[in-house]
Design a binder for this molecule. Structure first.
Ligand code: GLP
Length: 250
């Protein structure tokens, strides 16, 4: 695993965008696995800036997003489809038909999860998967549990995730209680993984995920077994992991 320490959120965003750009430049028809949450917003902003400068094109890129709330249509301003449109897709030349987000409105979530797995298989797998991390170590919406879920599935959100995400909704009651998410197996199949973390409030979970035991109680800890993971964080988020003596690049 490579760890890059950046001074602040902006530096983290720029470094992560650099890694994604390198992927797109090296393989213009690559498959990007994309993430939501507040952490990658700056990364997307930077990619849009470089696209506007003419340094980057997404014309041949396909994308698959990690997850979507159940019950929110893509037009809802808190749906992850809406997030992706407004933070990235609407501002670059990616073809909307080449972008994939699970359908949170699917009447049959099990069939939708199966369809989503097939989409990833038909695309030949993910070249680079971008990940944020929840405070409880969730990746996508794979919450702490007893077994690592393998494939895209419907999940009940934990109280801590509902609490963390209520800031985006009018009230806690408005936060959907379920989501469709890629499984840990779907994520681990990605050829490369890029994790972005920012802020002192993530420092402890970063240490537990990357230096603690591999356990489904900390879903991100499975990433220790992936052969090509890059962790990009600001100094605050990396403060605890650095105390474990891991090698960090500037
Ligand atoms: C949500 C998303 C995750 C994301 C997490 C962390 O729950 N499903 O993919 O990593 O939030 O969000 P933030 O970056 O805002 O801390």
């Amino acid at each position: 695993m490579r760890i890059y320490e950046c001074a602040d959120y902006q530096g983290m965003s720029r470094r992560a965008a650099n890694i994604i750009s390198a992927q797109v430049i090296q393989k213009p028809d690559c498959v990007l696995g994309l993430a939501t949450g507040s952490t990658p917003i700056g990364t997307y902003k930077q990619l849009v800036e470089w696209y506007n400068k003419g340094d980057l094109s997404f014309a041949e890129v396909h994308s698959v997003n990690l997850d979507e709330y159940r019950g929110l249509p893509g037009t809802h301003d808190q749906s992850y489809r809406y997030f992706m449109q407004t933070n990235l897709f609407d501002h670059v030349d990616i073809k909307v038909e080449n972008t994939n987000v699970p359908n949170g409105m699917a009447e049959d979530p099990a069939a939708e999860c199966q369809r989503y797995e097939q989409v990833m298989a038909d695309l030949g797998g993910i070249d680079l998967q971008l990940l944020g991390m929840g405070h409880n170590g969730h990746i996508g919406f794979n919450e702490p549990c007893d077994d690592f879920p393998l494939i895209t599935h419907l999940v009940d959100l934990t109280a801590s995730t509902i609490d963390a995400n209520k800031r985006f909704f009018a009230s806690e009651a408005d936060v959907p209680r379920q989501a469709l998410t890629m499984g840990i197996g779907s994520i681990m199949k990605a050829k490369k993984i890029l994790v972005v973390v920012s802020g002192a409030d993530k420092a402890d979970i970063v240490r537990r995920a990357f230096c603690g035991p591999i356990t489904p109680q900390v879903p991100a800890s499975i990433l220790q077994l992936h052969p090509d993971v890059t962790l990009v964080g600001d100094s605050a988020a990396l403060a605890e992991i650095k105390k474990e003596g891991v090698k960090v690049c500037g």
